[in-house]
Design a protein around this ligand. Structure first.
Ligand code: BG6
Ligand code: MG
Length: 209
């Protein structure tokens, strides 16, 4: 029996994956890089500088570290504008019910997002109190698909990884869950999230059995 569940945030609980997409697209196109949904799929779950490196690898220009930092900062400023008006109405259908069902079943609940904006987003959504532990992305050395972030969440929840399951919308995120030795629920397209143990279209389809 599972004792804990560890959720991803962006694209699972709320549609911030869309905002990350829009912010990266504007940056990429300004740098002469073609950017579409297919490219974006590779960025989901990847941390800020890692995503930037993937985009700039397709740019005809070369960049100093200072220029890269400025671009990442500009993207984040744009992203913060996009999330500034978020409210509990921006919770995806089924998200609160899924969290409450896990709580009612006695599961510990963690959040494993590599986003440094995760605490802000949780507060805007009004759901910070629903988590027993939220990983601070700033303390993670290796982002997804490395298992570090899911292992850290399990450790802080006091539950062995084998007794945890993770919920993810990103290919890199599902890989991170599996590398941590956990059961993986994918949220999205089963053809994309082929490594997941089960795939549901959204949290409205989430059921504990
Ligand atoms: C992940 C998103 O949750 O957080 C990525 O899936 C994003 O798209 C990453 O790049 C980092 O987010 P932030 O807010 O720290 O730039
Ligand atoms: Mg995600």
């Amino acid at each position: 029996d599972f004792k804990a569940v560890i959720f991803d945030l962006d694209g699972v609980i709320t549609d911030t994956a869309r905002y990350h997409y829009l912010a990266w697209k504007r940056l990429a196109e300004a740098e002469g890089v073609h950017f579409d949904e297919a490219f974006n799929e590779h960025l989901k779950g990847i941390d800020r500088m890692g995503s930037l490196e993937l985009i700039l690898a397709s740019s005809p220009r070369s960049y100093t570290d200072a220029q890269k930092l400025a671009l990442a900062t500009a993207k984040n400023e744009h992203y913060k504008e996009l999330i500034a008006t978020m409210t509990p109405a921006d919770l995806l259908p089924g998200a609160v019910d899924a969290l409450d069902a896990c709580r009612a079943a006695g599961l510990k609940i963690g959040l494993a997002s590599v986003s440094r904006n995760a605490f802000t987003v949780l507060d805007s959504l009004g759901i910070t109190g629903k988590f027993d532990y939220v990983v601070d992305a700033g303390t993670i050395a290796r982002g997804k698909p490395d298992p570090e972030i899911f292992l850290k969440a399990a450790h802080e929840l006091g539950v062995p990884p084998a007794d945890c399951f993770g919920v993810e919308d990103a290919v890199a995120g599902v890989a991170s869950i599996k590398a941590a030795g956990m059961y993986a629920i994918g949220v999205g397209d089963p053809r994309v999230l082929a490594q997941a143990d089960v795939v549901i279209p959204d949290l409205a389809a989430f059921a504990l059995d």
